[in-house]
Design a binder for this molecule. Structure first.
Ligand SMILES: [Zn+2]
Length: 342
């Protein structure tokens, strides 16, 4: 099975010093993926018209001017250097290129090493290390450049993708599915937040308790998400692939392992194979333990490529709170019951 790796050395030029979202994340992950010998695609910066599908022109101009002024803190959490605007355009361009590879049939799946990440970025606001919402831009590109009607965004990052949720909250053409540690920043992502207007029912949040591990995550995917995805009949699946729910991550307290990320990838790939000719794109989001990030993203690519995954980082030290996980799953199933068969 062909997997394209969309990556570019300039993605390391967004210099954030010792911030958790630092250049070494890209360097370590890219080096691990390079060893697989898969086709490597260099993206171009996102075009202005593609960016404008999600972000008002003023949003980009504000970031551009800030970076030209030397950079600093764009908001409480997001750091920019003079090069960051251009790198953010390239990161979004990587998401676009990944969609192009899959939508044109050049590759069955594509994995993009997006950096900076995207899922907290609102249409008109940077947030949580994110400048432009790469997954939202990818979904809109798939719809507007290739005429796709229905796109799934599966967000398994540790954090809730508040930006992605907000962008598609009233939109039934993009089904947003998120698992996130609760409680944690940014605090959004309640099960009752199911969308609004025509988009009601097309936003599915699962707040998982601290310590949720491989079994709980996979159970959530199979019990909550899989039936909804099957009923929705997507033409493309985009994964907001964060790896900060790995047990080693310094920003989280979840218990996923490398083998767990492999299992989640296998599940999503199964949906894509059954429902949309295998069309799947994975975009890097969070993940702040360098080794866990690189090993887990490698596992994602290995699953997509159909090669064996070796879990080098061992089992989680957390004990999964099984009853609490079940309660979290029931809460979401209850919230979405009016809109989806189960
Ligand atoms: Zn995250």
């Amino acid at each position: 099975m062909t997997v394209a790796i969309v990556t570019h050395p300039a993605l390391a030029a967004h210099d954030t010093g010792d911030h958790p979202e630092r250049a070494a994340r890209w360097e370590r992950t890219d080096a691990r993926l390079a060893a697989l010998g898969l086709p490597r695609i260099e993206p171009a910066p996102i075009a202005a018209d593609a960016l404008a599908r999600v972000h008002p022109v003023a949003h980009g101009e504000r970031i551009k001017a800030f970076c030209e002024g030397g950079g600093g803190r764009l908001d409480d959490d997001t750091v920019a250097c003079p090069a960051s605007y251009d790198v953010a355009l390239l990161s979004a361009g990587a998401a676009i290129a990944a969609v192009d590879r899959v939508a044109t049939g050049q590759d069955r799946t594509a994995v993009a090493l997006c950096r900076p990440p995207g899922h907290h970025a609102l249409a008109d606001q940077t947030m949580g290390f994110c400048f432009f919402n790469n997954a939202a831009l990818a979904a809109r590109h798939a719809q507007q450049a290739y005429g796709l009607q229905r796109v799934v965004i599966l967000d398994w990052d540790l954090h809730h993708g508040n930006g992605t949720e907000a962008i598609f909250y009233d939109d039934p053409s993009v089904l947003y599915l998120s698992t996130h540690q609760h409680p944690n920043w940014p605090g959004s992502g309640a099960p009752a937040d199911v969308g609004t207007g025509l988009g009601t029912g097309f936003n599915v949040n699962v707040q998982l308790p601290i310590g949720t591990g491989d079994a709980g995550y996979l159970h959530t995917m199979q019990e909550v998400f899989a039936p909804v995805v099957a009923a929705f009949k997507p033409e493309l699946i985009i994964i907001s692939a964060g790896y900060d729910a790995h047990w080693r991550d310094p920003l989280g307290r979840m218990g996923l392992t490398v083998a767990g990320f492999a299992a989640l990838t296998r599940e999503a790939q199964g949906w894509a194979d059954r429902l949309c000719g295998g069309k799947l794109v994975a975009l890097m989001e969070g993940g702040y333990d360098l080794e866990a990030l690189a090993a887990s993203m490698l596992a994602t690519v290995q699953v997509l490529a159909g090669v064996e995954v070796a879990d080098l980082l061992g089992p989680s030290p957390y004990h999964e709170p099984k009853a609490e996980v079940e309660r979290a799953i029931r809460r979401t199933l209850q919230a979405i019951k009016p809109y989806w068969p189960n």
